[in-house]
Unconditional design. Structure first.
Length: 465
C-alpha cells in the first residue's frame, strides 16, 4: 500500500505539466494570432505540424523509458533530468523576437517543436510511473485521481493568474510581447520546483522486464484491441477539451466582450476568460474527487459512457444561452457542470490505460508500460493538434479578424462577420457535443470491465511471482 506523501508527490508532477499544458492549449493560439503576429492560417498549420511531430515522438520516448535501468527506476529519473529544459523551453516558446515575419515563423516552429519534444521527454515517463507504483487496479485509480486533482489545481492557478500577471507586467510599462514572456517565466519557475518535488516524494515498486524485442513490443501493441479503443476514446476526450478551451479567449473577446460583469444585487465582478476557465479547473477537481466512487459503483466503462452522454447534452444546451447578465450566470453554471464531468474523465482514462498495460503484460508477456502510456500522451496531443488547428482554420474560413498589439492593449472591440460569430458559438456547443457522442460509440466496444480486470490481476500475481 503506497503512502499518502507518494500520492501527493505523484500529483505534483501533473500539476507542473498541466500548468504549462493549459496555458498552451487555451492561450497559445490566441498568443500567436494576436500578440506574436502570425496569420490564422500559419498559426493553424504550426499548431498541427508541431503537435503531430510531438505525438509521433511519444512512442519513441516510451520505448527508451521502458529500457532505462537506474537505481531510481525506469521512469522516475527523467523527472530530474529533464525538468530544467522543460522550464527553459516554455520561456522560449512565449518569446517574440523583433524579426521579419518569415524569421519569426521559423522561430515559432523551432521553439514549439523544442517545447513539445521536451514535454514528451518528461511527461511520457511520468505517466508510465503509474503502472509501476502499485499492482492494485483500484489503487491505480486512486493514484490517477491524486494526479488529476493536483493537475486541475495547477491549471486553476495558472489560468486564474495568467491574465492578471500579464496585466501586471503591462502596467509596469512592458509591451504585450514582453509581458507574455515574463509571465511564462513565473509559471516556468513553479513548474521546475514541482517536478523536483515529484521526483523526491515518489518511488517505483514494481520491477517489470520485457521478454520481447522492440519489434515484438510494437507487434503486441498493434494487436491490442483495448489499446486501439482507448486511443480513440482519448483522442475524442482531448479533442472535446481543446476545441472548447481554445475557443474561450475568442468567445469572450468577440461575443461576451471585455467589460462584461457578473452581478448579484449590489455585488459585481468582471466576467473574463480567465475567470471562466479557472472556475472550470476548480470544478474539474470536484469531478476528480468523485471518480473513485463512481468507478467503484458503476465500473470504469459505464462511468466513461455516462459522462460523455452528459457532456453531449450540456454542450448542446450551451448554444441556447443568451448573451445577457442572466446568461452570464448560466454560462458559468454550465461551465461548472461540464468541467465536473471532464474532471471525472481525466483520471478514468489514465486508470484505464493502466488496465490496458496489465492486459498486455498478461497476454503478450511484454512489460511495455512506457510504450502504452506514451500512446495515451500521443492521443492527447493528436486531439490537441486537431482541435487547436481546427479552431484557427474554421475562424479563418469564416472571416475572423485578429487584433493587433494596440487593439489588444486597449481591449478594443473589433467588428466580426456574423459567420465568424456563429462559428464561435458552434465551437462552444454543437461541435464538442458531436465529439462526445463519438466517444460513447468508441467506448461501447471496450472489453476490460471490472470483472475482467479482477481476473487479469489474479493471473498477473502468479506470473510475476
Amino acid at each position: 500500500m503506497a503512502r499518502l506523501h507518494e500520492k501527493i508527490g505523484y500529483g505534483f508532477g501533473d500539476m507542473s505539466s498541466s500548468m504549462f499544458w493549459k496555458v498552451f492549449s487555451y492561450y497559445l493560439p490566441f498568443f500567436y494570432s494576436n500578440v506574436f503576429g502570425l496569420s490564422l492560417v500559419d498559426a493553424g498549420v504550426l499548431v498541427l505540424v508541431t503537435r503531430v511531430w510531438d505525438a509521433v515522438s511519444d512512442p519513441m520516448m516510451g520505448i527508451i523509458a521502458d529500457r532505462t535501468h537506474t537505481r531510481w527506476g525506469k521512469y522516475r529519473p527523467y523527472l530530474l533530468w529533464v525538468a530544467p529544459f522543460f522550464s527553459i523551453a516554455g520561456i522560449l516558446l512565449f518569446t517574440t523576437p523583433d524579426w521579419e515575419y518569415g524569421a519569426k515563423l521559423v522561430w515559432a516552429y523551432v521553439t514549439y517543436i523544442l517545447m513539445m519534444t521536451v514535454y514528451t521527454g518528461i511527461n511520457v515517463p511520468y505517466g508510465a510511473m503509474l503502472g509501476v507504483m502499485t499492482d492494485d487496479s483500484r489503487e491505480k485509480t486512486v493514484f490517477s485521481s491524486f494526479r488529476m486533482f493536483f493537475a486541475y489545481g495547477g491549471s486553476f492557478i495558472a489560468l486564474a493568474a495568467w491574465e492578471p500577471i500579464v496585466s501586471l507586467f503591462k502596467e509596469a510599462g512592458q509591451s504585450s510581447t514582453a509581458a507574455w514572456q515574463h509571465s511564462m517565466m513565473v509559471v516556468a519557475s513553479c513548474c521546475f520546483v514541482l517536478f523536483l518535488l515529484c521526483f523526491s516524494l515518489t518511488r517505483e515498486r514494481l520491477k517489470t522486464v520485457s521478454t520481447v524485442s522492440v519489434g515484438g513490443d510494437f507487434k503486441a501493441l498493434l494487436s491490442n484491441r483495448p489499446w486501439w479503443l482507448m486511443i480513440g476514446a482519448a483522442i475524442c476526450f482531448n479533442l472535446f477539451c481543446t476545441v472548447r478551451g481554445a475557443t474561450v479567449a475568442y468567445y469572450f473577446a468577440d461575443i461576451i466582450g471585455f467589460d462584461a460583469v457578473l452581478r448579484l444585487k449590489s455585488w459585481s465582478i468582471l466576467f473574463y476568460a480567465g475567470l471562466f476557465l479557472s472556475i472550470g479547473e476548480v470544478s474539474n477537481m470536484v469531478g476528480v474527487a468523485l471518480t473513485v466512487t463512481l468507478a467503484k459503483h458503476f465500473g470504469k466503462k459505464s462511468t466513461f459512457i455516462g459522462v460523455n452522454v452528459g457532456l453531449a447534452i450540456l454542450s448542446v444546451l450551451f448554444f441556447f444561452i443568451p448573451v445577457s447578465p442572466t446568461g452570464f450566470w448560466l454560462m458559468l453554471i454550465f461551465q461548472v457542470l461540464i468541467s465536473m464531468l471532464t474532471g471525472v474523465m481525466s483520471p478514468l482514462i489514465w486508470s484505464m490505460y493502466a488496465d490496458v498495460s496489465d492486459y498486455a503484460e498478461l497476454k503478450y508477456k511484454t512489460a511495455s508500460t512506457g510504450l502504452i502510456f506514451s500512446s495515451s500522451s500521443m492521443a492527447q496531443k493528436f486531439g490537441g493538434a486537431i482541435g487547436g488547428a481546427a479552431v484557427l482554420w474554421l475562424l479563418s474560413a469564416c472571416g475572423y479578424t485578429p487584433r493587433n498589439d494596440e487593439q489588444m492593449a486597449a481591449q478594443m472591440l473589433v467588428a466580426q462577420p456574423e459567420m465568424a460569430l456563429q462559428c464561435l458559438r458552434y465551437l462552444m456547443s454543437f461541435i464538442p457535443a458531436a465529439v462526445a457522442v463519438l466517444a460513447v460509440v468508441v467506448c461501447h466496444f471496450y472489453p476490460l470491465t471490472t470483472g475482467c480486470m479482477e481476473e487479469i490481476n489474479e493471473k498477473l500475481k502468479i506470473q510475476r511471482a
